[in-house]
Design a protein around this ligand. Structure first.
Ligand code: PMP
Length: 383
């Protein structure tokens, strides 16, 4: 059966670069500890469920009409949310006080769609997109989807990035779009803002748009301000965020960005009309009204994240410093065997294709304990 489907697909006049490709996606297995896609594993609090249901019900009454194409209320609420974080950065780090308005905000069905809009507007056929593996493995696929060339930049020892090295690679390759991921998936570490600043200087000379993907921004360690603080005076800078991680709203599909208003004007040229459904807008607005409730678990998740790093070190493994809701670690004899051993114990983690390494999402205390206990047994048996 599968054979015939494969040969039938091969008989279709498919784009050459899609032939033989597999769709992106991690396994979706119902096991007790699902720690492989960096979701928040806590349930949505019941008062937030009620608020979302109420707003979605209200939206349902007008589903005969197209939704607000400009999603104005949602953009305003996203700006207010980011302004609260920016005010904290300003008081904690003396960063410039930045005030965003709805005009600075764009959103889509997940930051995946937001990225696609950016590349449709600023990359496209005959243009190029650069990122620095190991990083989010969708970046080359976004590039492929818009017929752009993908350039894999390089990192230094321990997968680090320095300002001069990143700037030199931008000058050497002159990509149309460069994506910096901070905190980086899968390594977990946030970039020093000096990297973004220096990359931006180079990008001005090479006419490159600079994206900082801050999908995990809310999980940063104290001491690292957001690249949002760099937005004033930098029209070629875009900072992307998502409600999929810290907001515990992966199923709601709402990603967004902040940038100069003229950037959002560019994205309007490529978006499909009414791309954000009235239901999505209603659910996201209700969630933003309860941001504090929804994010109450962020501190708990960070505590489990820090616990994982300490305990893995204690097992003689090699965890990387993490500013995210997951930990990347090396030191395994065989990552495939370790992945299967954990799965047999009901713990699903991510094999990111780097020998000796795995990535685990920080879950609840119980899930984290299940992961650590299973891994400790493996470490005992293999030494
Ligand atoms: N960026 C990074 C770095 C991610 O890890 C992810 C999700 N794993 C995304 C973007 C996309 O998230 P979403 O589309 O759910 O916003």
């Amino acid at each position: 059966e599968q054979q015939t489907r494969t040969s039938r697909l091969a008989a279709l006049p498919l784009r050459d670069e899609l032939r033989g490709q597999a769709p992106y996606g991690a396994p979706q297995l119902a096991v007790p500890a699902m720690l492989n896609v960096n979701e928040t594993t806590y349930d949505v609090p019941s008062d937030v469920v009620d608020a979302i249901a109420k707003e979605v019900r209200r939206a349902a009454e007008s589903l005969n009409r197209y939704p607000d194409r400009e999603f104005s209320l949602l953009r305003q609420k996203l700006a207010e949310y980011l302004n609260r974080e920016l005010a904290r950065d300003a008081s904690d780090f003396g960063a410039a006080a930045v005030q965003l308005t709805g005009e600075h905000i764009w959103a889509g069905n997940g930051s995946n769609e937001v990225m696609q809009h950016i590349l449709q507007a600023f990359a496209g056929p005959g243009r190029s997109v650069m990122s620095f593996p190991p990083t989010y493995s969708m970046y080359p696929l976004y590039a492929r989807g818009v017929y752009s060339d993908y350039i894999a930049g390089t990192r230094g020892p321990g997968y680090t990035q320095t300002p001069d090295d990143v700037a030199a690679q931008i000058r050497a390759h002159r990509p149309h779009v460069v994506i910096l991921c901070s905190p980086n998936n899968p390594t977990g570490t946030a970039l020093d803002l000096a990297v973004v600043e220096t990359a931006y200087e180079a990008a001005l000379d090479t006419e490159t748009m600079v994206i900082v993907d801050e999908a995990y921004g809310e999980f940063r360690q104290p001491g690292t301000p957001s690249a949002l603080t760099l937005l004033p005076g930098r029209p070629q800078l875009i900072v992307t965020r998502t409600m999929s991680k810290a907001f515990a709203l992966a199923g709601g599909r709402l990603g967004y960005l902040a940038a100069a208003p003229e950037v959002t004007d560019a994205l309007r040229l490529v978006r499909l009309p009414y791309h954000l459904s009235a239901i999505t807008q209603a659910a996201a607005c209700a969630a933003l009204d309860h941001a504090a409730d929804l994010m109450a678990n962020v501190e708990r998740i960070k505590a489990q994240r820090d616990r994982i790093v300490v305990e893995l070190r204690g097992m003689g493994l090699d965890p990387y410093p993490s500013d995210s809701n997951f930990v990347f670690f090396g030191g395994l004899l065989n990552e495939k065997d370790a992945w299967q051993h954990l799965l047999d114990d009901g713990v699903l983690v991510r094999d990111v294709g780097i020998p000796g390494h795995l990535r685990v999402t920080a879950g609840t205390e119980e899930e984290t304990t299940a992961f650590l206990t299973s891994l400790a047994r493996l470490a005992e048996n293999s030494t």
